[in-house]
Design a protein around this ligand. Structure first.
Ligand SMILES: NC(=O)c1ccc[n+]([C@@H]2O[C@H](COP(=O)([O-])OP(=O)(O)OC[C@H]3O[C@@H](n4cnc5c(N)ncnc54)[C@H](O)[C@@H]3O)[C@@H](O)[C@H]2O)c1
Length: 248
């Protein structure tokens, strides 16, 4: 397998952060398989890549649905070939405090942020095992480490980080690495103005993170140089999670 030119499947490819991830992956020479809820979002992401000279294809799928993900696996494998690397970036932020939440709304966040990546890994990792090489990157959040005011988001992302660690034994000796990326506040439409102001006041770098920076980290995790990074939580947050240590 030519590892300089991988088939990389990105879920949530039509989202804000994925603009940076997709662009970096394509610039590195990888073929980006853009997956999002509907055709319009995934095609828009794939078009942006091909317009800038990269290789991309688009598929629509709801990652929460196991049967849909199995069909996605079959369609992608038939049309593109085996997937060498999987980037689980699809996610939802349900801005509900505990009192506004219901079991249903809580489950909704778990479904996308945790069950979705589980479905994707279940469907796409067997081919990686067969190939003796693979990369899985789960986009979690610093909320997985610190907790957050919206419990469904924090709990689902903490679950995703723990799922990441818990797969190490399954992937022992298979050539697959599995890591979580935990971004702080990234410049995407998901981020409201109040949070942007807080970043400027509180985060040590005083800077919001660019999607391109997350893309660079994801790209590195797919590379040969990152072969010993496994089961890690790669925090990219301008120092935000270390704030407690900085208090005097
Ligand atoms: N933006 C931030 O500051 C930030 C910080 C930390 C972590 N994250 C995480 O990074 C990832 C990307 O965030 P973003 O800001 O680009 O979000 P976004 O809302 O712009 O993009 C998320 C994408 O996921 C897709 N999606 C949602 N449910 C889906 C489903 N069931 N099946 C398939 N696709 C689905 C959406 O259609 C959307 O295109 C998310 O997992 C998010 O939780 C974001």
């Amino acid at each position: 397998m030519d590892k300089s030119s991988l088939n990389v499947l990105v879920t949530g490819a039509g989202g804000g952060m994925c603009e940076g991830i997709n662009a970096r992956l394509a610039a590195a020479g990888h073929t980006v398989v853009c997956v999002d809820l509907d055709t319009e979002r995934s095609e828009r992401a794939a078009d942006a890549i091909t317009r800038s000279g990269g290789q991309a294809t688009a598929f629509a799928a709801d990652i929460t649905d196991e049967a849909v993900v199995e069909k996605l696996h079959d369609d992608v494998t038939r049309d593109v070939g085996p997937i060498h690397a999987l980037v689980n970036a699809a996610g939802v932020l349900d801005r509900k405090y505990m009192d506004d939440s219901t079991a249903e709304s809580f489950r909704g966040a778990l479904d996308v942020n945790l069950v979705g990546p589980f479905n994707m890994i279940r469907a796409f990792s067997p081919a990686m095992k067969e190939a003796g090489w693979g990369r899985i990157v789960n986009i979690a959040s610093i909320a997985a480490i610190t907790g957050y005011i919206y419990p469904s988001y924090a709990a689902s992302k903490a679950g995703l980080a723990n799922l990441t660690r818990s797969l190490l034994e399954d992937f022992r000796g298979t050539g697959i690495t599995v890591n979580a990326v935990c971004p702080g506040v990234v410049d995407t439409p998901m981020v409201i103005q109040k949070v942007r102001d807080q970043v400027a006041r509180r985060v040590p770098t005083q800077a919001i993170i660019e999607p391109d920076e997350v893309g660079a980290l994801v790209c590195f995790l797919l590379s040969h140089d990152a072969r010993s990074i496994n089961g890690a939580e790669m925090v990219i947050d301008g120092g935000a999670t270390q704030l407690f240590r900085l208090f005097d």
